[in-house]
Design a protein around this ligand. Structure first.
Ligand SMILES: Cc1cc2nc3c(=O)[nH]c(=O)nc-3n(C[C@H](O)[C@H](O)[C@H](O)COP(=O)(O)OP(=O)(O)OC[C@H]3O[C@@H](n4cnc5c(N)ncnc54)[C@H](O)[C@@H]3O)c2cc1C
Length: 423
């Protein structure tokens, strides 16, 4: 079978199909939105919770996903059902266990570089000790005195706002680090690479140890602890600091996102999925050959996981379009049944009030419960054509925070569905 797209949805689809014994070729032309994610896997936050509600009482991601599905019939959780969400999350967590902390059925609350909070269903090992639902005592946010790109005080203030909801107390300190000539201008990627060097992570840990106030229970750091998981930067910093250390959630460009991308590629190779760098052009499909990077590729089942605007699964010309198969694009988040707004100017599909439904940002193709894309008449386009991830419409990752949960669930379903009939 052929998977088009190498973000999280395509990777999970390929791995799920491999686990069922299929021979899988994955084609991707570049990293996608997955490589921009901040480190917190949005599955389903408790949208009914008020800011001051106790963190311990918040609903589980599965329960929140059920409630979301009941309220929003066009959301992928409603269309696909959430009965398999737990298993799909477990599968993805196990496949990515070198990087990802296993799900425990409870939500995690992580500090964000912006001073905000990210609620998630899965997170990276390097973030787990910063789960504010679990931290007791004093969370110390540690900045670098030589690099002011990370505002430790801002993050500490954000953490402190949760103390009355059962979160830890917070403080901000600066470790004397990245103080060399030019260090102050290093980008997150450069900082991460610098910390991979022998001795660098240990030196950072020692610098942190030197500035920790009495009673510190966890040190929260900028999300720059290495790109390559094999460099074990987090573990090395933690060992030298002498207390649990956690990265906070990143803004784009995101080091945790690049780390996830590298981990996906390594895992695909390890599982025996052939990965081809290249672009799939329109004209192919299940049973119809297509030329990729000079090779003729033919597969009986396809999973299209080409993402949305960043990945290239949707394009905005004079109207919004899905370029590979010309699938109908639904751009209605208003609940108006079957309303297709994709023919309108994209500018008219956003509203100034940020919290209002934004049809442009929830645009995508419609699918049946087996992840097969639907034509204008609402029928599956082809029995062996599947779609996964952000290309599926009806969810808006920034507002409903279900981006990677949808990628995992739909990737898992699409990969298994395609493998069932793979050639
Ligand atoms: C800035 C930003 C930050 C985000 N942060 C978070 C977060 O912290 N938590 C969260 O849960 N969600 C987050 N999201 C949402 C989440 O990242 C996406 O919902 C998710 O990554 C989508 O995964 P995907 O695999 O469907 O698509 P993508 O990751 O976009 O992958 C698409 C893939 O398809 C490939 N492709 C496209 N067309 C072709 C073609 N013709 N031929 C070959 N390859 C092709 C691309 O090269 C790419 O490999 C964020 C999104 C953005 C934009």
């Amino acid at each position: 079978m052929l998977v088009v797209g190498g973000g999280l949805a395509g990777a999970v689809a390929a791995l799920a199909a491999r686990a069922r014994g299929a021979t899988v070729l994955l084609v991707r032309r570049s990293p996608g939105a997955t490589a921009l994610f901040g480190g917190a896997f949005g599955v389903a936050p408790d949208l009914d919770a008020l800011p001051g509600d106790p963190l311990l009482g918040r609903r589980s991601p599965l329960e929140s996903a059920r409630r979301l599905a009941a309220r929003r019939p066009s959301h992928p959780y409603a269309v696909l059902g959430v009965h398999d969400l737990d298993e799909a999350l477990g599968f993805a967590g196990a496949q990515l266990s070198v990087l990802v902390e296993p799900a425990d059925g409870r939500p995690r609350f992580l500090a964000h570089v912006s001073g905000g909070l990210a609620e998630c269903g899965l997170c990276l090992h390097s973030q787990a000790a910063g789960d504010l639902r679990r931290v007791r005592g004093l969370a110390v946010v540690v900045g670098f005195s030589g690099h002011l790109g990370f505002d430790a005080r801002l993050v500490a203030a954000g953490v402190g706002r949760l103390t009355s909801a059962g979160g830890p107390r917070s403080a901000a300190v600066e470790a004397s680090f990245f103080t060399g000539p030019g260090d102050g201008a290093l980008r997150p990627f450069d900082l991460a690479r610098a910390l991979e060097a022998p001795g660098a992570a240990e030196a950072l840990g020692a610098a942190i140890r030197g500035v920790l106030p009495r009673g510190a229970s966890v040190a929260l750091l900028a999300p720059v602890l290495g790109i390559n998981p094999a460099a074990r930067v987090h573990a090395r910093v933690e060992a030298a600091a002498g207390l649990p250390v956690a990265e906070v959630v990143s803004d784009p460009p995101s080091v945790p996102g690049l780390r996830l991308d590298a981990t996906l590629l390594a895992r695909l190779a390890g599982a025996g999925v052939e990965v081809l760098d290249g672009e799939v052009a329109a004209g192919g499909g299940p049973g119809r050959p297509v030329i990729v990077a000079g090779e003729t590729v033919e597969a009986g089942a396809w999973v299209v996981a080409t993402g949305r605007f960043i990945g290239g699964g949707l394009v905005r010309r004079d109207r919004m379009a899905e370029p590979l198969f010309g699938l109908p694009v639904i751009a209605s988040e208003t609940g108006a049944a079957g309303l297709t707004l994709a023919g309108r100017s994209p500018v008219s599909l956003t509203f100034r009030e940020r919290t209002a439904a934004q049809p442009l940002l929830a645009a995508g193709v419609a699918v049946d419960p087996a992840c097969r894309p639907l034509d204008e008449a609402g029928e599956p386009v082809h029995a062996r054509l599947f779609v996964a991830g952000a290309l599926i419409g009806g969810h808006e990752h920034a507002a409903d925070q279900t981006g990677l949960g949808v990628a995992i669930l739909s990737g898992w379903l699409a990969g298994r569905g395609a493998a069932g009939e793979a050639t």
